[in-house]
Each structure stands twice: as structure tokens, then as C-alpha cells.
Design a protein around this ligand. Structure first.
Ligand code: ADP
Length: 488
């Protein structure tokens, strides 16, 4: 019995380099698969920050010159073992020797063309690893299935390897001009068609990945359905509908070790589902004090930790924030992003500092104090491929109030006053007053129905947010693709 071999290709992987949720997923899923008797490895660019932090642990494997358009570029291959997972790093100082993971958009197109071509050149003998599955993530790896078809399979290389593309964010697609991409990827006109790499006349990496990969996944079952519609499809809904037969949604998990109220050193008092009342009360008081809010144990305290972008429903919040405060809620926002949202939130906080705390920064410790100290967590997203924050909040006993979309719909079951079931509150339309009424309803249960509230908190804290079941689903998908009698 041979182990199923998977190579993850991603532009960011925690803990080496992280900008968003993609890094969290690729940082945990390979380890979870290895626990299921797979051999999952990861390849990513060797960014400057990784060289600085892990330089002395990196093992140099080889270097080669890679043909990219008219240039010949150095491509180094390093590896490192961490927590039972082998990571490969593609080195090139010109492309990846920068502080920021992402650069100017046009340069990024070239950087990730180089990366994808370097990955495929390194796969097999140089890596000492020939995978059964190449698992590509987002547009930065979307061309790999095309490049395999164009440059390797016709020559007898990697003929058996299957490809999976996971879409973490449909909004970013990797789009550039025909001539440049044909040059950088050395693609013949046969690929530059409306049925192939082109979308609306120009190369689109994500679309190419959808067309040429063997399977496409996204990070929640509901989002997988939603993106087939014009509203959520970001212009690719037609393509996704054509290929719907190979599209599935598999929910992300969270890092249960990193996010654990029992051991989290950043929070005021640790707690479990058995003693959360004292724990959360201490965390709430400390949080109110730290942020200059009224120290009031009975005031419903609502938190929001988010990138301040329109996706997250900030417009809904600002529209009804005054009314929420007027009805006695305290609200904390932690986030950075669009200057328009940053400014309008800041201005609102000036008037009500004892009830509203606006924190325009990225602060992991404060985030954890908000997850633990709040009573409720707000996520009125317009769309949400999966969302990790609502799961983290529930793990810390904070009841989510969400819009029913994507992964929020798949993880939050609305409270049912007749059966007492549920782990949160939700509303369906993109409507500020639906948010307001749902928050008011949640506050009513919080203030007046102790037993029901305890049920909600406990259901959240007892929820399963592990990677186990999702990793099993990925393994099933891989097995299905490689037609898997030989593997288990
Ligand atoms: P997205 O990936 O769309 O940004 P998710 O809910 O999937 O949203 O993940 C967001 C993650 O980033 C969560 O772990 C959240 O706690 C964290 N986060 C977002 N903004 C901040 C911030 N300003 N400070 C600290 N952590 C943040």
C-alpha cells in the first residue's frame, strides 16, 4: 500500500508568510492529511522574511537556470521539515527578496509565472518527490494545470499527476495581456482561446485553473453553490457553471491549538466550557477597562474583527450603529483597510467613547481579548467564502451574529426559540435593519433568557472546528481522482 502523495502550491503558508486565510489553510491542512496517512508536502516562494527567520534551517537542494520569456533566471530550491511536513521553497532574489509578500500587480503576474514554472521544473527528481496530486491554491497557482498540459505531459513527464484547484477568493483572478502571458508561460496560440486561458479576451489565471484542473474546490459548500450565480460569481459564474460537475465545497477548519481559551496566554483568564462564566466575565471587564468602555457586566458587548472592506458589510454596521448604541449595546471594532471605512468609524467613536471602541490596527493579542471578552461577534458579510472569525468566536464562547451567506451559513445555525437549538443568530438580506433587529433580538435573549443563552454559548464552545472531517473529504477527493484502488 503506497501513500497518496500531494504537493500543495501556494503563495502564502503560515507560519512562514501570511496575509490572509489562505495561509492558515495551507499551514494546517497538509499536516492534517499526513495524520490520515497521506504524504502531503508544500511548495512556496522563498520570501525575504523566510530567509531571515529560517535561513539557518533551510536545506539547499539545487539550483538551475529557468527560461522565462527571453530571460534566463536563477531558480534555487530549498527545503525544510517542520512538524512532520516537508516544505519546499523557490528562491530568486529579484522576485521574492522583498519585505511584502505581494507587490505591484503587474510585477506579481510575472513573479507568479516564474514561481509556477519553477515549481514544475523542480517537481519530480529535484524535489525527490513525484506527487499523485498537485493541489493549486488561488490564481497564483492557477496556471499549473495548463503548464503541465503544454510543457510536460506531451513529453512524457508527470503524465499521471492530477490537479486540484482551490479557490479561496474568487475576487482575485490574475489577469494580464495575451502577449506577455504567452511569453512568460511560453504558451502557443492553441491555449490562448476563449475555451482555454482567455476570459473576455485576456488571460485569466483563475479561469485557466478552473478549465484545466481535474477538480475545483472552494472553502464552503454554500459558497460553492453561490458562485454559480451572477451576484457572487465575479464574472466567472458562466465558466463555473460549465464546470460545475467538478466543483465542490469543503469547509475550512481552524487551528484548535492556537485558538484555545483554555491555554491562550493572551487572554485575561483562561476558561473551558465548564467554567466559562467566570472566565468570560473577567475577560469582559478587562477588555472594557483596556478600551475605555463603561465597565458594566450586564451591557451586551459586541465585537467585530475584520479587514475593513465592503465584503465585510461595514456599510450595514455604520448605518445602524447609532441605533445599536442607543439600545444599550457596547461595540468594539478591530480592523484595517479601506480609509473611507477607517475614517467613518473613527468619527463615530468620537461621540460615544464609553460605548464604542474603534481600533484601526492589526493586533493579534487584542483580537484574542475581543474573542474572549465579548458576548457576541458581528459578521454581516455581503459574501464570505468560509470565514474563520465566526468559528474562533464560537470556540471562545462568543455568540455570532451573521448574514446567511457562504461559510457563515454553513457554520452558524440560528437560534430556535421553540427547541432552544442553535449556536448563533443570522439574517438573510443585505439590509442594515435586518442586522439591527437581529442584534436586538440576540440582546433580548442575552438579557432575559439565561438558560437559552447558556445553550447558545455551550453549543458554540462544543462545536467541531477541527480539520479532521475536512481533511478526510480532501483525501476522498484525491482518491477519487487517482482512481484509487492502490491507495487504501
Ligand atoms: P478573511 O480571510 O476574509 O480576512 P477570515 O474570517 O477568514 O476573513 O479570517 C480573518 C482572520 O484575520 C481572523 O483570524 C481574524 O481574527 C484575523 N484578523 C483580521 N483583522 C485583524 C486585525 N485587525 N487584528 C488582528 N487579527 C485580525
Amino acid at each position: 500500500m503506497t501513500k497518496l502523495k500531494i504537493l500543495f502550491v501556494a503563495s502564502e503558508v503560515a507560519p512562514f508568510a501570511k496575509v490572509g486565510g489562505l495561509a492558515d489553510v495551507v499551514g494546517v491542512l497538509p499536516g492534517a492529511l499526513n495524520n490520515l496517512d497521506c504524504e502531503a508536502r508544500v511548495v512556496m516562494p522563498l520570501y525575504r522574511q523566510i530567509k531571515q527567520k529560517y535561513g539557518d534551517q533551510l536545506y539547499f537542494m539545487r539550483w538551475t537556470m529557468l527560461k522565462l520569456g527571453w530571460r534566463s533566471m536563477y531558480s534555487g530550491l530549498f527545503s525544510l521539515e517542520k512538524d512532520g511536513v516537508t516544505y519546499y521553497f523557490i528562491d530568486n532574489e529579484y522576485y521574492f527578496g522583498h519585505d511584502a509578500i505581494y507587490q505591484d500587480y503587474s510585477f506579481d503576474i510575472e513573479r507568479f509565472c516564474f514561481f509556477q514554472r519553477a515549481v514544475l521544473e523542480a517537481m519530480g527528481d529535484p524535489m525527490e518527490f513525484e506527487p499523485d496530486i498537485v493541489h493549486c491554491n488561488d490564481w497564483q497557482a492557477g496556471m499549473i494545470p495548463v503548464l503541465l498540459d503544454a510543457h510536460y505531459r506531451p513529453h512524457g513527464y508527470h503524465k499521471e499527476v492530477k490537479t486540484v484547484l482551490t479557490i479561496h477568493n474568487l475576487k482575485y483572478q490574475g489577469i494580464h495581456g495575451v502577449e506577455r502571458i504567452a511569453d512568460l508561460c511560453d504558451l502557443s496560440p492553441q491555449y490562448m482561446t476563449a475555451y482555454g486561458v482567455l476570459k473576455d479576451g485576456v488571460p485569466n489565471f483563475l479561469k485557466a485553473g478552473i478549465v484545466y484542473s481535474d477538480a475545483v474546490t472552494t472553502v464552503s459548500p454554500t459558497y460553492a453553490q453561490e458562485i454559480l450565480s451572477g451576484y457572487y460569481g465575479e464574472g466567472l459564474d458562466g465558466v463555473l457553471r460549465n464546470y460545475a460537475y467538478k466543483l465542490t465545497g469543503i469547509l475550512n477548519g481552524i487551528d484548535l491549538v492556537g485558538y484555545n481559551p483554555e491555554t491562550d496566554p493572551s487572554i485575561t483568564k483562561n476558561y473551558t466550557v465548564k467554567n466559562y462564566k467566570e472566565g468570560k466575565a473577567a475577560c469582559k471587564e478587562a477588555l472594557q477597562e483596556r478600551l475605555g468602555l463603561d465597565i458594566n457586566a450586564g451591557a451586551p458587548l459586541l465585537g467585530m474583527i475584520t479587514r475593513l472592506v465592503d465584503q465585510k458589510g461595514i456599510d450595514l454596521l455604520t448605518r445602524v450603529l447609532d441605533e445599536m448604541l442607543y439600545s444599550g449595546m457596547q461595540v468594539i471594532v478591530l480592523g484595517t483597510g479601506d480609509p473611507y471605512y477607517e475614517d467613518s468609524l473613527r468619527r463615530m467613536a468620537d461621540h460615544r467613547p464609553d460605548q464604542l471602541s474603534i481600533n484601526i490596527c492589526y493586533d493579534d493579542e487584542l483580537a484574542r481579548q475581543i474573542y474572549s471578552g465579548c458576548d457576541m461577534f458581528l459578521m454581516p458579510s455581503l459574501f464570505e467564502p468560509c470565514g474563520l472569525s465566526q468559528m474562533i468566536a464560537m470556540r471562545y464562547g462568543t455568540v455570532p451574529i451573521v448574514r446567511e451567506t457562504g461559510g457563515l451559513k454553513d457554520t452558524v445555525t440560528p437560534y430556535n426559540q421553540f427547541t432552544g437549538e442553535g449556536n448563533g443568530f443570522s439574517f438573510s438580506n443585505i439590509n442594515a435593519h435586518e442586522l439591527l433587529f437581529t442584534a436586538k433580538y440576540a440582546c433580548d435573549v442575552y438579557r432575559n433568557h439565561d438558560e437559552a443563552w447558556e445553550g447558545l454559548v455551550e453549543a458554540g464552545m462544543n462545536g467541531d472546528y477541527s480539520w479532521n472531517s475536512s481533511a478526510k473529504k480532501y483525501k476522498e477527493l484525491y482518491n477519487h481522482l487517482v482512481n484509487e484502488d492502490s491507495h487504501e
